[in-house]
Design a binder for this molecule. Sequence first.
Ligand SMILES: [Zn+2]
Length: 349
Amino acid sequence: MPIPSIDSDFLVDFLTRLLNTPSPTGYAERAIALTEEALAQFPELRLSRNRKGALLAEWPGVESGSPRALTAHVDTLGAMVKEIKSNGRLKLTQIGGYAWNTIEGEGVAIFPSKGGSPLRGTVLLSMASAHVYGRQVSESKRDEETIEVRLDARTTNAEETRQLGIDVGDFVALDPRVEVTNGFIRSRHLDDKACVACIVAAVKAMRDAGARPVQRTHLLISNYEEVGHGASTGFPPDLTELVAVDMAAVGNGQTSDEFHATLCVKDSGGPYHHDLSQRLRRLVEENEIPYKVDIYPYYGSDGEAYWRAGGDVAVALIGPGVDASHNYERTHTEALVATTQWILAYLLS
Ligand SMILES: [Zn+2]
């Protein structure tokens, strides 16, 4: 069967809504719920959650003897309130791995654990004003000591900030700043919401074409990937293979780009499963899907999380090229469509 056609408007629209739904690791419930709502449109999927809060879907196939799984994660980088400073501003602790300078100047939402609406603020260097601090603005090292959140609320001391409802441990989400131009999607957190959208678009394409996966397929939308253990659990014991769908790393020396899907054959966790990778490679070749093969120098995936937890399955990794990852990211619709086509070719093989 030829690869079903993909509704790329649907893909980009769902992705935009998902990007605009804050979901730092540990506080990803809204993004899980939005994805659940999208997948609930396809009654052929049996949806559930595990106790950890990940979204699971069982998709009956023509056959059931060699069940497969696809996983992508909705949790993202973010922060938590570490400390309320004596000047009323906030110190942060990072959620996930990133450089402090990549969030400087970004707008944030702080979600009070006491309840109530989120507060707004900006991530700034504590010595931010050029007219006051001169060279220190460019020369200060950006770290947890020098970066703070300036709240858009009247407060000049810790007590006033506590009165606003803010406390240590409150989640902080970075503004994604989504912009779609000429097919490019520029946003934070394309890692890995782009791939969640590819999976949802693949389900829709199968439905629109009246197609069923060849094998029973399990989807796992993970909520703890950025801290390393997202998909370490949640798969059925008879699973035979897992394809993790996550962003491809673009940069100097990399083959990946924003217009192709990439097969990652090795990352910081070592090589992926060779036979499964080779099969995926044959599938893109046969279907003339634009792809690259690459190695990611500083990278781990939820596929490896499952391997480390003892998962006895073949694991491979594919995904769209994302520029400036764990920073203000960007990809192109062509890479998303290619990734979705690859997923479809796999489901139908
Ligand atoms: Zn990721």
